[in-house]
Design a binder for this molecule. Structure first.
Ligand code: SF4
Ligand code: SF4
Ligand SMILES: [Zn+2]
Length: 346
């Protein structure tokens, strides 16, 4: 288990000195910390004038055996990236958001002292992926941005060993984070939880605009990008809001960026509303297609036809999915029957 509390973490690289203290540049909160102070994420602290990442080299994984959980890549969800492979998934303590709907609140709302953490070096991440027959590694269960240096080092070693790397993230990035970490990332799923500023601040604990900007920054790198829109009844499912979201993807990212409208389930502090009706997700998907998005999925609805990947030009099915099981029906390195290039990362 963790040595947290003895070592007080390692010096953080994503930091600048200001007149008022040390400013963390890992995420868009850009906390300025005086000695003894921690950031909003609770895992970075000004320790005697040095910014430290308290959770470097630790993960939440109370199960015995090699660390990490082997998941289908489809579960992240990443649908256009190494389909049918297994990805070794990690998460740790705390978060820089406070989403009332958080499904991982047992770790995301816990300070590092309050959750059992296990020491896993960047090298051990790759060793564990080997032992569990995983083609890649992902940081996913809480927000990876807050332990950026650990993700960077773990991803660098995984790529050196021939593994792919991915994050599932709220996208609350800075330019500094993207410069430091993105070169070591092969893929990211950015989770957008609404497209209105005020409800986003109120229900998620962070602003929307930096998340949009974070996705735009990543789109300019070589990192494969997919977007999730967690669709919550009476919070962010208004058709006009969905349309504006889809227009942003189409105009500021790219119409070929895969978009997943995922089903909300009542959890944590948001139990006052029902699970998202499937018709709401289908309506959102229809709006997004109408705007011109080419790959639109309905998520968290096993067996739904909109889990399959179809050619936007001729409708031929490229990948069929049932739950997290995927079967590839075309040569992903070739072209569709209609001649369109199949742009799936393999
Ligand atoms: S990672 Fe974000 S929340 Fe944490 S200290 Fe840095 S700027 Fe603040
Ligand atoms: S960003 Fe993700 S992990 Fe963090 S609080 Fe929100 S849902 Fe939970
Ligand atoms: Zn086609």
């Amino acid at each position: 288990m963790s040595t947290f509390g003895d070592e007080r973490g390692v010096p953080a690289d994503l930091v600048v000195e200001t007149g008022d203290g040390l400013q963390c540049t890992a995420c868009a909160h850009r906390c300025t910390l005086s000695p003894g102070q921690r950031g909003i994420c609770d895992v970075r602290e000004n320790v005697d004038g040095e910014l430290r990442l308290l959770t470097y080299g630790t993960v939440h994984d109370p199960t015995p055996g090699p660390p990490g959980t082997a998941d289908p890549i489809e579960k992240k969800p990443l649908y256009h990236f190494h389909p049918t492979t297994r990805v070794l998934s990690f998460g740790g303590a705390s978060c820089n958001f406070a989403c009332q709907c958080c499904q991982n609140h047992h770790i995301a709302f816990a300070a590092p002292e309050d959750v059992p953490l296990r020491n896993v070096s960047p090298e051990e991440i790759t060793t564990s992926a080997d032992r569990q027959d995983c083609a890649g590694v992902a940081w996913t269960y809480n927000e990876p941005t807050i332990y950026a240096e650990y993700v960077r080092d773990g991803a660098r070693r995984a790529k050196e060993a021939g593994r792919y790397t991915a994050i599932v993230t709220n996208g609350y990035f800075t330019e500094e984070f993207v410069t430091e970490v993105a070169p070591h990332l092969d893929a990211a799923n950015v989770d957008i939880k609404g497209f209105r500023e005020q409800p986003h601040v109120k229900y998620m604990g962070g602003r929307l605009e930096p998340t949009r900007h974070g996705a735009e920054l990543l789109q300019e790198t070589d990192t494969h990008l997919e977007i999730t829109y967690l669709t919550i009844p009476d919070l962010n499912d208004d058709p006009e809001e969905i349309r504006e979201f889809a227009e942003w993807v189409s105009g500021d990212l790219d119409p070929s960026v895969p978009v997943h409208f995922t089903r909300f389930h009542p959890d944590h502090k948001m139990r006052d509303r029902p699970a998202t009706p499937v018709e709401t997700l289908e309506r959102a998907a229809e709006i997004a297609r109408d705007v011109g998005l080419e790959f639109v999925y309905v998520g968290n609805v096993p067996g739904h036809a909109d889990n399959d990947t179809r050619c936007p030009d001729c409708g031929r099915t490229w990948i069929r999915r049932d739950g997290f099981r995927a079967s590839v029906e075309v040569d992903l390195e070739g072209t569709c029957d209609c001649g369109r290039e199949i742009d799936i990362v393999v």
